[in-house]
Design a protein around this ligand. Structure first.
Ligand SMILES: [Zn+2]
Length: 82
């Protein structure tokens, strides 16, 4: 008995059964390729930035350091003599 591992796909728009090789739905024209390209990944990036900021603040609070790093080093960079 050979196991057939054919991944069946269904159109998210109309629910029509699609072949794995189909790039778009034959029934309603829903395109998988277009969807991938047009969908911006802004929200996951925003979430990861927010999580990073929260973790940063927590680590800073736990270590007893100020939340913002020492900014005086920036002044030294622009004004090495001073
Ligand atoms: Zn469809």
């Amino acid at each position: 008995m050979a196991k057939k591992k054919v991944k069946e796909r269904y159109c998210p728009e109309c629910g029509e059964k699609l072949k794995p090789s189909d790039k778009y739905c034959m029934h309603c024209g829903y395109s998988f390729e277009e969807r991938k390209k047009s969908k911006p990944k802004i929200i996951p990036i925003l979430i990861s930035i927010i999580i990073f900021i929260i973790l940063w603040i927590i680590v800073r609070l736990l270590t007893g350091k100020p939340i913002l790093p020492d900014l005086s080093i920036i002044g030294k960079l622009f004004n090495p003599a001073g």
